[in-house]
Design a protein around this ligand. Structure first.
Ligand SMILES: Nc1ncnc2c1ncn2[C@@H]1O[C@H](COP(=O)(O)OP(=O)(O)OP(=O)(O)O)[C@@H](O)[C@H]1O
Ligand SMILES: [Mg+2]
Length: 653
C-alpha cells in the first residue's frame, strides 16, 4: 500500500465519491452511513490534496497518508461491491435480499468505522497543523483557479530572450560566402545539451528576414528519436507544396525521390531539429540534392558526433548558456510578463538564477513554479531553497527541477500532466483529442456548471502557464488548438507515471465506469478496453458519437454489463471474442442502430439483452440471437447456462 501514488489516490477518491453520489438510490438502506462516509472521504481527499501539493517530508503526515491509502482501498472495495450487488438486485427486481448481500452491508459499515477513525486523526492534525510546522502554504482551491489564471502573463515561445548574437553567427554560417565550397550543399549544426535552446534558436534563425530573403524554400521538421521516414518527408514537402493523394500513397523511398526532385531546382534551407543518431541523418539525407545553389540543411542535436558525421569540414556551432542578465530577463518575463521584479524578491531571484546556471529549460520550469504565487516572499524563499545546486549543467539533475515543479503542482493537474507521456516525442497534440482522452480517463472532475471540456482546457492553460506544455497553435479566439511537450518533460512524465504506477493503478482498480456527454469518438473505445478490471461500462447520453463502432483489439475481457444510451451509432461490428464474459447488454434510445452484432450470440455467458426505444431492425437482430441461444440451450443436456432473456420496449409485435 505504501507505494500508492498520491495523484492516483486523489483520483480514486474522486471517482469513489462520484460513484457513491451517482448511486444513492441504490444505497437506500445504508444511506446515512454512506452520507457520512462521503463527508469523511472528502476530509481525506482535502488532506491528500494538501499533502501532495506540499509534498512534505513530515513523518506524521507520511504515516497518516499511508493509513489513508489503506482505508481508501478497503472503502473502494466495500462500496463497489455493495453498489454492484445492489444494482444486480435491482435489475432482477428481487423482493427479498439474499443473506450474502447483508454481509456486504456489514462490510460497508466496518469500513465506514475505519474511515471515521482515520478522518478523526486527519482533523486533529489539521487543528494542530501550525504546531506541527506545516501550515505555511495554503491549498490552491479549484474555485480560485480561473481567477488566478487571468493574472498570469501570457508569454510564449516566440518571445526569445537574448540569442541575437547566436542567431547572427548561425545566419552567417548559413549565408556566408567565405569558403569556396559555398555553392555546394552544406550541412550546418547547432550543438548543445538538452534544454539549452537549440530548437528555439533554430526557429529564430528560420524566421529571420535575412534568411527569408536568401532562401525562398524553407522547412522545419522535428526528427527526435522516434521519427518515421515517410512522415518526415511528407512534413517537409507540405511546407512548400500541396500534398497530393498520390504523395500520401507513396512509399518512403518514392517520397525521398519526390522531395529530392522538388528541391532540385530550388535554393532551400531545411531545419532538421533534434537529430539523435548518425543513422537518422543517413536515412534522411538522400532527399537533399546538392544543386549548386547554396542550399543548406541546419541540424540541431545534443550530440557532437552527429554533427561531425553530417559534415566534417565545417565545425558545429556550440550554443552557449544564457548570460546572467539574459537568464534574469527570461525568468522575469515568464513570471511577471516584463523585465521587472519587486526589490524584496531580488535576493531570492538571484539565488534561483545561480542554481539554474543559465539553462533556459531550468529557468522556464522554475518560473512556472513561481508564477502562481509570484508576489509571496515566502514562496520565493522556499523555491530558492528547494532548487538543487548546479541543477542545470548535469543532465540527470535537470530532472530535479522538473520534479520540483511537479511536486508543487496542484493534485488535479498531476495525472493530466503525467498523461502527456503517452504521446510521441514532439508530436503536435490536437487539443480536442487530449481533452477527450483526459475526460475518458476520468481526470477531469465536475466543477459547478462548467463543462468538462472547459475545465480540461483550463487545466491545459495552467500547464502552459507553468511552462510544462508549449503552445503549438492558437485559434483566433485565443484557445489552444495544438500543443507540444518538450521531450525531457515527456520522459519525466513517462518515468514518473511508471514509478507512480499511475495508469496501472487506475487500470487495476477501475471496475465500473459511467460516461456521460463526453462525445468521444468510437475509436477511443480501445482506450477503455485497456481498463483490465472493467466489469460494468455505462455509456449514457452521447458518451460516444459516430456512425461506426468497430470493436477492435483485445476487446473487453472482463466486461459483464454494457449499457449504451442515446447515441447516433448506426453500425456496430463486434465478435464474441471481444466480450468473452458479457452477461447483460442494454441499448437505450439507440434509434439509428441497425443491428446487434450477430457474433454476440456466441457469447456463452450472455443472459440478457434489453432494448428500450431502439428500432425494429435491432429488435429483429436481437430475436435472431435469442433463437440461437434457445437452440444452444435446448441442445445442452446438462442445462448449465442460465436462461436467456430478451426484453423489447415498446413491444413491436
Ligand atoms: N532564449 C530563450 N528565450 C526564451 N525562452 C527560451 C530561450 N531558450 C530556450 N527557451 C525555452 O526553454 C525551453 C527549452 O528550449 P529548447 O526546446 O529550444 O531547448 P533544446 O536545446 O532544443 O532542447 P532539446 O535538446 O531537449 O531539444 C523551451 O521552453 C524554450 O521555450
Ligand atoms: Mg530541441
Amino acid at each position: 500500500m505504501a507505494n500508492i501514488p498520491d495523484a492516483a489516490l486523489g483520483f480514486i477518491l474522486q471517482n469513489l465519491k462520484e460513484s457513491v453520489q451517482y448511486n444513492t438510490e441504490l444505497i437506500g438502506g445504508v444511506k446515512d452511513n454512506v452520507k457520512e462516509l462521503c463527508e469523511d472521504l472528502e476530509t481525506l481527499r482535502a488532506f491528500i490534496r494538501e499533502y501532495t501539493d506540499k509534498y512534505s517530508d513530515n513523518e506524521i503526515l507520511e504515516k497518516l497518508a499511508s493509513e489513508i491509502r489503506g482505508v481508501v482501498y478497503r472503502a473502494e472495495d466495500a462500496i463497489e461491491t455493495y453498489i454492484s450487488c445492489a444494482s444486480v438486485q435491482k435489475l432482477r427486481r428481487a423482493i427479498s435480499k439474499a443473506t450474502h448481500f447483508v454481509d456486504y452491508i456489514s462490510d460497508l459499515r466496518a469500513v465506514g468505522k475505519e474511515i471515521e477513525k482515520v478522518s478523526k486523526d486527519v482533523q486533529e492534525i489539521y487543528q494542530n497543523r501550525a504546531a506541527l510546522g506545516f501550515a505555511a502554504m495554503q491549498i490552491e482551491e479549484i474555485s480560485n483557479r480561473r481567477q488566478k489564471k487571468k493574472k498570469t502573463p501570457v508569454v510564449e515561445e516566440d518571445n526569445v530572450v537574448g540569442f541575437d548574437d547566436a542567431a547572427k553567427e548561425v545566419i552567417e554560417l548559413l549565408t556566408g560566402e567565405s569558403d569556396d565550397q559555398s555553392d555546394q550543399l552544406e550541412v550546418i549544426s547547432i550543438i548543445g545539451m538538452l534544454g539549452l535552446g537549440k530548437t528555439t534558436l533554430a526557429k529564430k534563425v528560420l524566421n529571420d528576414p535575412k534568411i527569408e530573403y536568401e532562401f525562398y524554400t524553407r522547412a522545419f521538421v522535428n526528427v527526435s528519436q522516434e521519427y518515421e521516414r515517410k512522415e518526415m518527408f511528407l512534413k517537409i514537402l507540405g511546407q512548400f507544396t500541396q500534398i497530393t493523394d498520390q504523395m500520401n500513397k507513396m512509399s518512403d523511398e518514392q517520397l525521398c525521390k519526390e522531395l529530392h526532385d522538388q528541391l532540385k531546382t530550388r535554393k532551400y534551407l531545411i531545419v532538421m531539429d533534434d537529430v539523435w543518431t548518425n543513422e537518422a541523418w543517413d536515412q534522411l539525407k538522400g532527399a537533399f540534392p546538392n544543386n549548386n545553389k547554396r542550399s543548406r540543411v541546419l541540424i540541431t542535436s545534443r550530440h557532437k558526433p552527429v554533427a561531425v558525421h553530417a559534415n566534417q569540414s565545417i565545425d558545429p556551432y556550440f550554443l552557449r548558456f544564457l548570460y546572467p542578465e539574459e537568464s534574469r530577463e527570461l525568468l522575469r518575463r515568464k513570471v511577471f510578463g516584463n523585465n521587472c521584479c519587486p526589490s524584496e524578491l531580488e535576493a531570492y531571484e538571484l539565488r534561483i538564477l545561480q542554481k539554474c546556471d543559465g539553462l533556459p529549460l531550468a529557468i522556464v520550469v522554475v518560473a512556472g513554479i513561481l508564477v502562481n504565487h509570484r508576489d509571496r516572499t515566502d514562496w520565493w524563499k522556499k523555491v530558492a531553497e528547494d532548487v538543487n545546486d548546479y541543477v542545470a549543467r548535469k543532465q540527470e539533475q535537470s530532472y530535479d527541477v522538473i520534479k520540483l515543479s511537479y511536486n508543487h503542482m496542484p493534485y488535479y493537474l498531476k495525472p493530466c500532466f503525467l498523461y502527456l507521456g503517452v504521446f510521441r516525442e514532439d508530436f503536435e497534440i490536437p487539443v480536442w483529442k487530449l481533452v477527450r482522452l483526459w475526460i475518458a480517463e476520468g481526470f477531469i472532475p465536475r466543477d459547478g456548471c462548467m463543462s468538462l471540456e472547459d475545465i480540461a482546457e483550463d487545466y491545459l492553460e495552467e500547464l502552459v502557464d507553468r511552462n510544462l506544455v508549449m503552445v503549438g497553435h492558437r485559434r483566433l479566439t485565443g484557445q489552444i488548438k495544438t500543443c507540444r511537450i518538450h521531450d525531457t518533460l515527456r520522459d519525466f512524465c513517462k518515468k514518473e507515471a511508471t514509478k507512480e504506477n499511475l495508469f496501472q493503478e487506475i487500470k487495476r482498480k477501475l471496475t465500473r465506469l459511467t460516461l456521460l456527454n463526453t462525445l468521444l469518438d468510437w475509436k477511443h473505445m480501445s482506450t477503455l478496453g485497456k481498463l483490465e478490471k472493467l466489469e460494468v461500462l455505462k455509456l449514457k447520453d452521447n458518451a460516444f458519437q459516430g456512425e461506426l463502432w468497430r470493436t477492435e483489439g483485445g476487446g473487453f475481457r472482463n466486461l459483464k454489463v454494457l449499457h449504451i444510451g442515446s447515441t447516433n451509432l448506426v453500425m456496430w461490428k463486434a465478435l464474441a471474442s471481444h466480450f468473452p464474459i458479457l452477461r447483460s447488454l442494454f441499448l437505450r434510445h439507440c434509434t439509428k442502430l441497425e443491428a446487434v452484432p450477430s457474433g454476440l450470440g456466441d457469447i456463452a455467458t450472455l443472459q440478457e439483452i434489453d432494448l428500450y426505444c431502439t428500432n425494429s431492425m435491432v429488435a429483429k437482430s436481437a430475436r435472431n440471437i435469442q433463437v440461437l441461444k434457445l437452440k444452444v440451450q435446448a441442445n445442452d443436456k446438462n442445462k448449465r447456462g442460465a436462461a436467456f432473456k430478451l426484453s423489447v420496449y415498446p413491444p413491436d409485435q
